[in-house]
Every structure is written in C-alpha cells, then in structure tokens.
Design a protein around this ligand. Structure first.
Ligand code: DON
Length: 570
C-alpha cells in the first residue's frame, strides 16, 4: 500500500450546491414500468468516417452481426482514415454477446520486436531521441490489427472475411479523402518525404491530393485481399510479411519474419466496475484505461456528485483522476510481463483510502515526479461503437498512435506502420508524446505490449445501455469517464459526445479545460482551491451508440467537434 501512505489522511466535507458538471441539458424523461426490450431489432453504428459507418451497415445487410460490421468499419478506416488507425497498427475491443450476456476483451495491441533495443531511443548524449520514438521503422511495433480482424471473424462473426473486408477493398479502389486526412498529410509532409513508399502513397504528385480528387490505394487493396483470402498467413507470413520485413530492415529497423509469425491476439477478461447501479465493462491491461476508470469511479462512489455545485464536483473528479493517473505511472504494463497489484487498485477499500486523502476545497499538489509537458492530444486514433439488431455490442478503439503513425509505409503493401513504441516508457520517467511518465512496468522488452490508454467500454444500466470510446492519447481515459458520467446522468448519444471536457493526469499538475466547460464562478472557485486551469482547444472524437431498453430506441452520435464522423441508426 505504498501509494495510500503517500497522501495525508484528512476528513472530508463539502459545500452542497445545485448545478451539475455532468448533468445533460435535458435528461431523458423516465418512463415508468415499461417492459424492457430484449433485442433492438435494428442497428446503430457511430464511427469517425461516414464511409466506414456505411461499410458496417453494408455488411449487416449481408447477414453479418456486430462483429462482422466491426471488421468492415475497422478495415475501411484503415483506408479512409489512415492518420488514425490501420492494418499497420493495433486495436482493443470490448465485445458483448447478446445470446449469453457474456463479455470479452480482444487485445490486438502491437508488440515490441525481439530485437528491441532501448539505446535506439537515446541520442549519443543520453537524452531521449524523439525522432526514433515517433518516426520511421524503429518507432513501429509489430501490427496487431490484421490478426485482430481475423480473430473477430473466426470466433465471433457470421460471415467470411471475404465478405466483411469487401467494402474496404472496394473503397481502396478509389475514394475522396476528407479534409482531416488531407490536413494530416500536409502537416506531416516533411516526414512523409523521408521514405519513397510513403511519398508514393500520400503525395501522389509530390503533394497531398487536392480536395475532391479521387485517391487510389491499390497496394492496400491487394494486402486486404490477401488477408481476406488467407487469414493470418495472408499478412503474418508469405508475400506481405516478406515485403514488410524487407522494407523495415532496409530503412534501419529490426523486424524479422519470426516477429510477424509469432504475433498473437490475446483474449482477456474485461474490467468491470459497478457505479450507481450501472455496470461498466471496460479495458484491462495492457490498457491503463479500465483500471483508471474503475479507480476513479470507486473513489467517486463515496460521494453524491448530484448534490454538489460544479466546482466541488470537478474538484472531486480531478482529485480522483490525479490519484488514478499516479498509479498508472507506477504500476501498469503488459500483464504477460509484469505483475500488477490489480486486486489492490480495483478494491473499494483502496478507493476508500484514497478518498480520505482528498482535501475539501483544496487541490492536492502532484509533487512526486518532475513536471512533464503533454502535447496536443489530437484525434489520431479512432473509436467506433456498434449495437446490432440482436443486441450484440462492440466498442473498438484502433490506433497507429500519433498522426499518421510512423509516417513509414512498407513498399508494395500500402501499409502505414504505427509509432506505438513511444507508448512504452522508452526512457524511464521521461514523458512520451502525451506527457505520460512510466516506470519499469512499461519498459520495452522483446514481444511485450506497450501500455495503452484506449478504453473501449460498454455501460449497462438498469434500463439503458451505451457503447462508448474516443481517441485522444492520455485524455481517452478522462473523456470516456466523463462520457460515462454524462450517460449515467441521463444524457442521450448527442449529449454524451458533445459534453464539454476537462482533464488531469497527475503530471503535469494542470487541469486542461475545453472552452465553455466551466462558467466563471466554477473557474474562480477552482482557482481558489489551488488548481491551475489551462484552456485547450477541444479534443477527442467520441462515437457513441445508446440503446434505451424502455422505448427500444437506438441512438447513435459522432463527436460534433469533428466534421467527418457519422452516427446512424437503421
Ligand atoms: O494506445 C494509446 O494509448 C495511444 N497510442 C493512443 C493514441 C491516441 O489516442 C492519439 N490520438 N489522439
């Protein structure tokens, strides 16, 4: 219990008030005694790109279930939103099977190659080398997404991969990139130009395609066809594997065919936490998201947030976030490599101890670690949510990590590699691109999965259910937490995704605040309590589907902060 002792124990008391930080504008009216629906009878999909959402519906119309639709959405995003996720990256998925009410977590996270060498991420003078951590083949882990798609089809889908990958293959034959992708290409042009195959893919005439121009991705179409035809061996051995390894090694990376052949998807037990009558099913390690969300909710469950004014409510939430992120830095990593005190971290008694350390009306300074500087959390990762007609549900967050991943495309494959190696604590206690610090638990080791913040979640309440998630680096955790609280407070899908955000991650000891999240009274009160508030441009790209089991209505919404997403019910 080393952590619990770090905090001074003080008794708690606060000022009760009225307005709510999470209360939705117009709560769903309660409908008394209506029998609850057992299956929706129609489907809802929310993703970051309209083509991907439509691809999901196309596969449902062919007789697929939510998991087949998820394959269609993820593979289409690989083509149309490569700045966020793709075959060269990985994903984490929380699945719920309606037939037996069983949930499972699919870990298709990348792994470090066997030859990983921490020295590659240091400059000769011992300072962190941010370029090798974030750009080029050394920044890339062994991709998990292709294996994850094959796994979903084999174990949970109804259709063959040839059917569920068909929309992505067709779209790769020609589509109009959206402005967000074109902007990402322009932003990363200098890095893209470092590798000829990257330039050939993203800068067809020496520059990003013009808006409205049709873009073709024949190499990725071919790679997807091999995956559809041969499953795992269509990517992890044979032609694609050889091209990937050759390209990586020629450009100074250290992958081997064995690294690819030995990649395995892991099925894990999700983390579940009960909060105010709702069951939250969320991501276990190697994501830190579920542990942090559970810890925060366990701390908050000792308070009645609905009775507090916004400033005191935010105070408690931020203090809970601070304590959960503190544990994130110290304890969490790949469960196949590190022993984590999960029983302690998830225990209500542990939360009781942490709750006691929250000082009323006063911020607790985060003082143990040197301050770090989080960069813009951006939205270069993607989340989508699906509920099908039978009530099967899937929440998937997929990523190549930072914008356009490593910017390195393996020649002849169309596959843009991730830069997920930066999610390891490559240099102990030096911040990664999201300002996260890490320790030995998240140090790089051969075959190890790097810690993630991805938090695809399913929330089952007494009469409403939500599928929720978002990109945003370390802010994923706090976005999903705040989205869950907004849902529990009665918010509909649009209200949940639109909900104004704030974030604290222990270090730096600053509350980042979206414009409009707090009124002047709240900001003044928080400043008076000792918080440093920093306004930041809106972040995240949340996609949510909600099933109201009283009215049997589905409701899907995509984050209004972004233009290209589509939440749709049909
Ligand atoms: O797994 C993680 O936590 C990160 N690679 C996610 C990156 C991310 O969300 C980037 N963008 N917004």
């Amino acid at each position: 219990m080393k952590l619990a002792l770090r905090w001074q124990v003080l008794l708690l008391g606060f000022v009760l008030g009225t307005s709510g930080a999470f209360a939705a504008d117009t709560p769903t009216p309660s409908i008394q005694a209506a029998p609850l629906a057992q299956r929706p009878g129609h489907a809802g999909i929310a993703s970051a790109n309209a083509l991907a959402t439509e691809a999901g519906f196309e596969v449902l119309a062919k007789g697929g279930n939510a998991f087949d639709a998820a394959i269609a959405v993820a593979s289409t995003l690989s083509v149309v939103e490569p700045e966020s996720s793709g075959l060269g990256g990985g994903f984490m998925a929380t699945l719920y099977m309606a037939a037996d009410k069983h949930s499972v977590f699919i870990d298709a996270r990348e792994t470090a190659p066997a030859a990983v060498n921490p020295k590659d991420y240091l400059n000769p003078d011992g300072t962190p080398n941010r370029d090798t951590a974030l750009k080029g083949p050394l920044s890339a882990g062994i991709p998990g997404e292709p294996a994850g798609l094959v796994w979903l089809a084999k174990h949970y889908g109804k259709l063959p991969l040839t059917a569920s990958l068909a929309p992505a293959i067709r779209i790769a034959g020609g589509f109009k990139p959206d402005e967000r992708l074109l902007g990402s290409i322009r932003e990363e042009q200098k890095n893209i130009e470092r590798w000829p195959a990257s330039a050939a893919k993203f800068l067809p005439n020496g520059n990003a395609p013009a808006q409205g121009e049709i873009w073709h991705d024949p190499d990725q179409a071919h790679t997807l066809e091999l995956l559809a035809k041969y499953g795992d061996s269509g990517f992890y051995s044979g032609e694609t594997a050889k091209k990937l390894v050759d390209a990586v090694r020629q450009a100074g990376g250290d992958w081997t065919l064995k690294d690819l052949a030995s990649y395995r998807v892991k099925e894990r037990t999700p983390i579940t936490v009960d909060y105010r009558g709702y069951k939250i099913i969320t991501a276990p390690p190697p994501s830190s998201g579920g542990v942090a969300i559970a810890e925060i909710l366990n701390i908050l469950s000792g308070f009645d947030l609905t009775k507090l004014d916004q400033a005191h409510r935010v105070h408690l939430v931020v203090e809970a976030m601070r304590r959960a992120f503190r544990d994130h830095n110290d304890y969490l990593g790949d469960p196949d490599f590190v022993k984590m005190p999960l029983d302690m971290l998830l225990s209500p008694y542990y939360a009781d101890g942490l709750r006691q350390t929250i000082v009323p009306d006063k911020a607790t300074p985060s003082s143990m670690l040197a301050p770090s500087n989080a960069s813009d959390p951006g939205m270069h990762t993607t989340h989508f949510s699906i509920i099908d007609a039978d009530g099967n549900m899937v929440a998937i967050t997929a990523t190549v990590n930072y914008v356009l991943g490593s910017t390195f495309v393996a020649d002849g494959t169309g596959v843009l590699l991730n830069d997920e190696m930066d999610d390891f604590a490559l240099v102990p206690n030096k911040p990664n691109v999201y300002g996260l610090l890490g320790s030995k638990a998240n140090a790089p080791e051969p075959g190890k999965r790097m810690l993630s913040s991805m938090s695809p979640s399913i929330v089952i309440g007494p009469d409403r259910t939500a599928v929720i998630g978002s990109p945003g680096g370390s802010t994923i955790i706090t976005q999903v937490l705040e989205g869950i609280l907004a849902f529990i407070d009665g918010g509909d899908a649009h209200q949940v995704v639109a909900h104004k955000r704030f974030h604290h991650q222990y270090m730096p000891d600053v509350v980042t605040v979206e414009p409009g999240a707090f009124d002047a009274t709240t900001s003044d009160a928080l400043t008076h309590m000792g918080y440093t508030l920093k306004q930041r441009e809106p972040w995240g790209f949340m996609n949510v589907v909600i099933w109201d089991r009283r009215t049997n209505k589905l409701d899907a919404a995509s984050d209004p902060r972004r233009q290209d997403g589509l939440g749709k019910v049909q």
